[in-house]
Design a protein around this ligand. Structure first.
Ligand code: HEM
Ligand code: FES
Length: 349
């Protein structure tokens, strides 16, 4: 967390993450160039580079899109989520290299503006087999640029989280455009069948993982209707909440994380202010709930980040009765202090 905007708040984990990512990208690029050069010795170095950069960017985009659902399905993938935005910027840089080399190679020597040339040099828009595929790539690159340019927390705070999130959902539009770019490109180029197979495999993997994660999420969004008559809903037994961890329930259409810590119980919104991370999957460290995605912290009784930070999330009334944890579905304004319930009440009730 940071109260001011530095270009990047580097730490050892981020450096390690980026070093591994850059190493993997360099390795993939080298293999992609080497294999093509071996199989097709007649290809020029420019063509090799264009293809390898395009293939690496697309592969990385698939990896980026799989990280979200994988982290929802299995906590062991959470560390990959931590610095995913850097992967996005790396992917955009590769895609930009691919686009620029393509424009220089195919569109820079004529009399037309190279960008106009991408759109009009092939005008067979009425066909399927010859449909211009490069405009799809150009449109995708425009979207990826917008996303890379606004990836920093400065934009997240200034655009507000919902606008930023909506903007970054456009990655799926870019993905669709790139899939179209590659499909229509493959129809027109002499490329090996592995490209078609890897494309289908990649799209199927992304789709299946999103479907599996959506099914898991929709189960978590099932409304808790165990009302006890005075407006509170029954969440679980006290002993079902592991120490310094939470049980998540859904009340009034909102996910609520009910934490147990040091003999107390507090209920707060499950949604992190940063990028909607699932706070209920985090744990309490040094008295604060720590978001499992990028480490934002909140005090469990107030929902407010410790000073000097200013993030706040809604809190909920909570009660312990007969060994059961009860939560009131009406949220308090973000940052409102709510007296924690005491686990001891469960033993005496
Ligand atoms: C200005 C934007 C773009 C232009 C002008 C462009 C142009 C091209 C061209 C000419 C090819 C065929 C290369 C060949 O077979 O010799 C190609 C293929 C490809 N492009 Fe793009 N592209 C653009 C954007 C993108 C973006 C944003 C991505 C993905 C992130 C992408 C991914 C690919 C892939 C995966 C291939 C197939 C590579 C292969 O044959 O192994 N392109 N593109
Ligand atoms: S989503 Fe980034 S810290 Fe919570």
């Amino acid at each position: 967390m940071s109260t001011t905007y530095r270009s990047v708040a580097w730490n050892l984990n981020k450096r390690r993450y980026d070093t591994i990512a850059l190493g993997a990208i360099a390795g993939f690029l080298a293999v992609a160039i080497g294999v093509q050069a071996f199989l097709r010795p007649e290809l020029t170095i420019e063509t090799l580079l264009i293809r390898a950069l395009g293939a690496t960017a697309f592969t990385l985009l698939n990896v980026i899109l799989c990280i979200g659902p994988l982290a929802r399905l299995d906590r062991r993938f959470l560390p990959l989520l931590y610095n995913r935005r850097h992967l996005g910027v790396m992917m955009f840089t590769l895609a930009l290299g691919h686009g620029l080399f393509s424009i220089v190679q195919f569109h820079a020597v004529g009399t037309l503006n190279p960008l106009v040339s991408v759109l009009v040099s092939n005008d067979r828009y009425g066909t399927i087999a010859q449909l211009p595929f490069q405009p799809f790539g150009l449109a995708a690159l425009g979207i990826l640029f917008l996303m890379a340019a606004t990836s920093h927390d400065f934009w997240l705070h200034n655009l507000t989280a919902p606008v930023w999130k909506a903007l970054h959902m456009c990655v799926y539009v870019a993905y669709t455009l790139i899939v179209a770019h590659v499909i229509f490109g493959v129809l027109q180029q002499e490329v090996s069948p592995w490209l078609g197979w890897s494309l289908s495999g990649a799209v199927l993997t992304v789709f299946t993982l999103h479907l599996a994660a959506a099914r898991r999420e929709s189960a978590a969004d099932r409304e808790n209707r165990n009302s006890n008559g005075d407006g509170f809903v029954d969440v679980c037994g006290v002993d079902e909440i592991p120490e310094k961890r939470a049980v998540v329930t859904c009340v009034s259409g909102e996910r609520v994380a009910v934490f147990r810590y040091d003999g107390r119980i507090s209920a707060l919104s499950n949604v992190c202010q940063h990028q909607n991370g699932p706070l209920g999957e985090g744990r309490i460290v040094n008295g604060c709930v720590v978001c499992p995605w990028h480490g934002y912290e909140y005090q469990p009784a107030t929902g407010a980040s410790p000073a000097p930070f200013t993030e706040k999330i809604p809190t909920f009334d909570v009660r312990v009765q007969g060994g059961r944890v009860l939560v009131h579905p009406q949220p308090h304004a973000p940052g409102t202090r709510v007296e924690p319930a005491h686990v001891a009440e469960a033993r005496t009730a």
